[in-house]
Design a protein around this ligand. Sequence first.
Ligand code: NAP
Length: 330
Amino acid sequence: MIKKIRWGIVGTGRIAHHFAIGLGALENTEITAVLSRTKAAAEKFAEEFGISGKHIGSESLASDKNVDVVYIATPNPMHKDDTINCLKGGKAVLCEKPFAMNCKETMQMILCARKRGLFLMEAMWMYFFPAMAKVRQLLADGAIGEVRLVQANFCFRKEWQPQGAKLNPALGGGALLDVGVYDIAFAQMVYDKAPLRISSMAHIGKTGVDEQSSMIFGYGGGAMAVLTCAVRTETLFEAAIYGTDGYIKIPHKFLQPDRIIVKAGQKKEKEIKFKRLGNGYNYEAAEVMRCLRRGEVECPIMPLDTSIAIMKTMDRIRQQGGLVYPMEKK
Ligand SMILES: NC(=O)c1ccc[n+]([C@@H]2O[C@H](COP(=O)([O-])OP(=O)(O)OC[C@H]3O[C@@H](n4cnc5c(N)ncnc54)[C@H](OP(=O)(O)O)[C@@H]3O)[C@@H](O)[C@H]2O)c1
């Protein structure tokens, strides 16, 4: 019999809704608890998704015996404490991206999970789309030869809301943490290592966060990645991998791909399409449940060392751009 996995959700915002809808596409699972800062939000979310358990405050969900795994969907600066609270309560955790504000926080979360032998994963949902699995397979098979260049752009124009999560430093705003993390995770996936060299430029806007950042990574032997991210400039969200013997292009929106374009060797360019099941968040949730059922404490597709590598890279970029958050100045 397949074990039913019971989820708790921390935060009742935009992405918590998407994730809860994604879970609805899966079998042998249910949401048994939701944690909010307010009774009204907990009740509304619980009613929408048919959840019996409702919690207010920080620690009650962590000790809920009806929860196997907690999905953390709070603003970036809360990820570390919310994750550690749940781990201390003996829960497995899937925490939204960026995993934390910086590498120091990331290590605290990971040490807590490893000490307790508990499952922990960053919710890098992009990695779990079937199209992205196909990209990894093509690279492993050497379909495009040796990778020489990776490109990725994830830039959107958010309206001017200085207090909102995208621009507010107190909520961990800024392009790099919000969307640059996808570009970096993509390059990390392709090269399977952190860059040796980083050359970056950040435009720090009026609120004190990067409104846009550009990055060039060097991996040795001339292999590069060229990445851009923004929260006040719109581009298509496209990515490409160029090798010595062909290329793979991932059209808009590359982070949630349903098709890829492949040119392998002398063959003609080919489009490969994938049928999406659910809203896409179900793929990462299904992988978490597979790991839990098998007693795995890390996901082989998104292991904790990958989160460390991504976060170290972001720390280096932030250092170059002079991007320091208020909670880091204390
Ligand atoms: N994977 C993806 O596709 C994706 C997309 C967007 C965002 N994200 C990530 O998911 C996280 C949440 O993003 P979101 O867009 O869902 O944000 P959001 O709509 O603002 O929701 C965040 C929720 O966190 C809770 N919260 C706790 N402390 C808070 C505080 N001090 N200020 C505001 N909210 C607080 C709130 O729920 P209560 O009121 O119930 O406490 C709020 O609704 C972020 O880390 C973000 O980077 C991921």
